[in-house]
Design a protein around this ligand. Structure first.
Ligand code: AMP
Ligand code: GLY
Length: 422
C-alpha cells in the first residue's frame, strides 16, 4: 500500500509514525512534510493547499489511501478532489469541513440542534457590531467567521478591547475575508478539554481526552501560540463528564451534520469548556489537533489505518478503538521569540531512540545536508508513563537531550493537570 499524508507539522509526523506500525504499508509520502521526518516518510515538495498538484501526484503514483490533516486543504475541498479521481481519503469533504471553516455555521448548527455552547450574536455590519459591544457583558469574545491561522479569536477584557477587535476584523480586515462576518459570544469560564474523535458519518468514537497549553509563557501567561505542550488524559474529563458530552454534544453533533446533508467523516475535534452549568462547545475542528495528536495517537492501541478506512466506509464500531491505560505528555521546543520574531537555521541534534519516547518534528529544513530549525514550533518531545506525573517528568528528561541553539520551552506543561489530580 502507498499512502500520502497531506501536511507538514508535528501532527503529521505523529500520524505517519503511527501508520508505520502497519506492515502492509510500503510507502508513505508527506506533502510537503519537513526535513525532521525524512526518516519516516518520503518528502514531496507540494504544498498542503496545492490541491491540483496533490491530486496529480496521487494519481501518477497510484496512491491507495490519502490522509488530509490540516484545516486549509479540508475546507478547500481536497478530499472531494481526491475522491473524484478515485483515491479513498480520511478526512471530511468540503460540505462537512465547514464545521470548522465557518464559526457562523457551527454556532447556528448548535443553536438549531440544542447543543450547549456560549450564547452569541452574528454580525455582518461593523456599525451594528460596534453598537452591540457598547452594552454587551464584558469580558466578551470576538471571533472571525473563517479560518484565521488560529488567530481569529479575541477575548476582550475591556470594552475598548472589544471595540478594537471589531474594528480590526471588520474595518481593517486583518483576517481578510474571514472577518467579513463575526461572532460575538458570551465569555465562558472553566477548565478546557480537547476530545478528538473518529466519526464515520453516524458513529462517533472518542479517543483519549487531552489538554493543550496555548500561552507562550509559564503560568499560562504571554501570547497565544499554536500550542506549547499537551497532556493526556485530561483529569477534568471524568467519566461523568464524558457521559454527558456523549449524550449532549458528540452524538447530537454527528446527527445534526447528517441531517443537514453534511455527514462528517474523519477526525472531529471537540474543544470543550467544563463550566459550572456543564460542558459546552468552545469550537469544533474538522481534523486532528496540533499538538494534541502528539499525545493522543501514542496512546492509541490499534491499527490507525484500519480505523481511518472504517471512518470512510461507514463501518466504524467502538470495539475497533482501544486506548492504552497510560498517560502522555508532549513538551514543545520552540525557537526563542516565538510566536513573535525568531531566528532559524540552527542544527538540531536528537537523542538515541528510547522505548515510550518520541520526537515529532514540526519546523525543520535541510541546510548543507543537516537538519536545522525552520519554524517557530520546532518539535515536540513526548513520553508515555504509567502516571501523568511520570509522563511529564520523562518528557522533560528526554527533552534535555534534544539540542538546538535558541531553544525555548515552557517549564510547567502538565502542572495544572497534576494540581487538579491532587
Ligand atoms: P480558538 O482559536 O477557537 O481555539 O480559541 C482560542 C481560545 O480562546 C480557546 O482555546 C479558549 O481558551 C478561548 N475561548 C474561545 N471562546 C471562548 C469563550 N466563549 N469563552 C472563554 N474563552 C474562550
Ligand atoms: N491545538 C489546537 C488546534 O489544533 O486547533
Amino acid at each position: 500500500m502507498n499512502i500520502i499524508v497531506v501536511g507538514g507539522g508535528g501532527r503529521e509526523h505523529a500520524i505517519i509514525k503511527k501508520l508505520k506500525e502497519n506492515k502492509d504499508i510500503e510507502k508513505i509520502y508527506a506533502l510537503p512534510g519537513n526535513a525532521g521526518m525524512a526518516h519516516d516518510a518520503e518528502l514531496v515538495a507540494i504544498g498542503a493547499k496545492d490541491i491540483d498538484n496533490i491530486v496529480k501526484f496521487a494519481t501518477d503514483n497510484k496512491i491507495d489511501f490519502a490522509i488530509v490533516a490540516p484545516d486549509d486543504p479540508l475546507v478547500l475541498g481536497c478530499v472531494d478532489a481526491l475522491e473524484a479521481v478515485g483515491i479513498p481519503c480520511f478526512g471530511p469533504n468540503k460540505a462537512a469541513a465547514i464545521i470548522e471553516g465557518s464559526k457562523v455555521f457551527s454556532k447556528n448548527l448548535m443553536k438549531k440542534y440544542g447543543i450547549p455552547t456560549a450564547a452569541y450574536e452574528v454580525f455582518t455590519d461593523a456599525q451594528a457590531a460596534l453598537e452591540y459591544v457598547k452594552t454587551c457583558p464584558i469580558p466578551t469574545v470576538i471571533k472571525a467567521d473563517g479560518l484565521a491561522l488560529g488567530k481569529g479569536v479575541v477575548i476582550a477584557m475591556t470594552r475598548e478591547e472589544a471595540v478594537d477587535a471589531v474594528k480590526a476584523a471588520m474595518e481593517d480586515k486583518v483576517f481578510g475575508d474571514s472577518g467579513s462576518s463575526i461572532v460575538i459570544e458570551e465569555f465562558l469560564e472553566g477548565p478546557e478539554v480537547s476530545v478528538l474523535s473518529f466519526v464515520d458519518g453516524k458513529t462517533v468514537v472518542p479517543m483519549v481526552s487531552s489538554m493543550d497549553h496555548k500561552r507562550a509563557l509559564d503560568g499560562d501567561r504571554g501570547l497565544n501560540t499554536g500550542g506549547m505542550g499537551t497532556i493526556a488524559p485530561n483529569p477534568y474529563y471524568t467519566d461523568a463528564v464524558a457521559k454527558e458530552c456523549m449524550e449532549k454534544i458528540f452524538l447530537p453533533t454527528v446527527d445534526a451534520m447528517a441531517k443537514e446533508g453534511r455527514a462528517f467523516k474523519g477526525c472531529l475535534y471537540f474543544g470543550l469548556m467544563i463550566t459550572k452549568d456543564g460542558p459546552k462547545v468552545i469550537e469544533y475542528n474538522c481534523r486532528f489537533g496540533d499538538p494534541e495528536t502528539q499525545v493522543v495517537l501514542p496512546l492509541l492501541d490499534c491499527d490507525l489505518l484500519s480505523v481511518m478506512k472504517a471512518c470512510r466506509e461507514g463501518t466504524l464500531t467502538c470495539d475497533m478503538i482501544r486506548i492504552k491505560d497510560a498517560s502522555a505528555c508532549c513538551v514543545v521546543m520552540a525557537s526563542k521569540g516565538y510566536p513573535g520574531k525568531y531566528d532559524t537555521g540552527f542544527e538540531i541534534t536528537l537523542p538515541a531512540p528510547e522505548a515510550d519516547r518520541e520526537v515529532y518534528v514540526a519546523g525543520a529544513k535541510f541546510a548543507d545536508g543537516k537538519v536545522v530549525t525552520g519554524g517557530g514550533r520546532v518539535l515536540g518531545v513526548v513520553a508515555i508513563g504509567d502516571t501523568l506525573e511520570a509522563a511529564v517528568k520523562e518528557a522533560y528528561k528526554y527533552s534535555d537531550k534534544v539540542h538546538f541553539e535558541n531553544a525555548y520551552r515552557r517549564s510547567d506543561i502538565g502542572k495544572r493537570a497534576l494540581d487538579a489530580l491532587k
